[in-house]
Design a protein around this ligand. Structure first.
Ligand code: AP5
Length: 217
């Protein structure tokens, strides 16, 4: 199964991906996580991406398309879920072309819907694990031991782009450049909308219901 997960910053894409990949045995390909790893490793790509990420803008299409094409090429044919990519219509068209050239296509697009006001509270309370990428929230989704990852005990960190000013820019960027992708995919394939302003387990159950049906079909 090859899936795209759409949604504004803080909609819960990373949170939901963790359960989706386990249940359906998929590879989780998060463009944001890949970029953060490149930055942490001090690569040229990471250095180029830094200014865009820190301001809440998008890293230029040509950089992202090349980076994700490489990651997708290495993905097992059984399937993957794309989280944070594509983010522009250009990126989506490039993804379609790359998959088509390889005899593959996107099976479904999951669209997490959330209001901007809800996002702000989620972002300031988010903490994540720099080792495994697990995501927590200081109130909504606490780790078992305060400040430490449940999976590997690593000290949790706050992302530098989660300040209120940068979150506002990320939301604006999302509405201008990424939201049009919902229509792009509605014209080209199957899009499932989910109300993401619910308990994470309820969101997960709705996603599983749709994906189980897709697997059975
Ligand atoms: P990226 O890392 O992709 O960030 P994002 O899309 O802004 O999404 P987030 O990771 O912030 O949110 P999420 O939806 O995953 O929410 P999460 O599950 O963590 O991108 C970062 C930057 O990289 C971009 O700004 C850009 O510069 C660059 N970039 C990346 N991809 C790019 C591309 N394709 N093209 C160009 N540039 C690109 O949840 C958030 C918080 O809420 C957590 O604390 C969580 O515990 C909590 N939470 C989750 N679900 C719920 C719930 N249902 N109820 C209550 N709390 C919840």
């Amino acid at each position: 199964m090859r899936l795209v997960l759409l949604g504004a910053p803080g909609a819960g894409k990373g949170t939901q991906c963790k359960s989706i990949v386990d249940r359906y045995n998929l590879l989780h390909l998060s463009s944001g996580d890949i970029l953060r790893r490149e930055r942490a490793a001090g690569t040229e790509l990471g250095k180029k991406a830094q200014q865009y990420m820190d301001s809440g803008g998008l890293v230029p299409d040509e950089i992202i398309i090349e980076m994700m094409a490489e990651a997708i090429k290495k993905a097992p044919r059984a399937g993957f879920i794309l989280d944070g990519f594509p983010r522009t219509v250009n990126q989506a068209a490039a993804l379609d072309n790359a998959l088509e050239a390889d005899g593959r296509e996107i099976d479904a697009v999951l669209n997490l819907q959330i209001d901007d006001q809800v996002v702000a509270g989620r972002m300031t309370g988010r903490r994540s694990c720099p080792t495994c990428g697990a995501v927590y929230h200081i109130e909504n989704l606490k780790p078992k031991r305060a400040g430490l990852c449940d999976h590997d005990g690593t000290e949790l960190v706050q992302r530098p782009d989660d300040s209120p000013e940068v979150v506002a820019n990320r939301l604006e960027t999302y509405h201008q450049q990424t939201e049009p992708l919902v229509d792009y995919y509605k014209n080209n394939g199957t899009v499932y909308d989910f109300d993401a302003d619910r308990d994470p387990e309820d969101v997960r159950a709705s996603i599983f219901e749709k994906l189980d049906a897709l697997v059975r079909a």
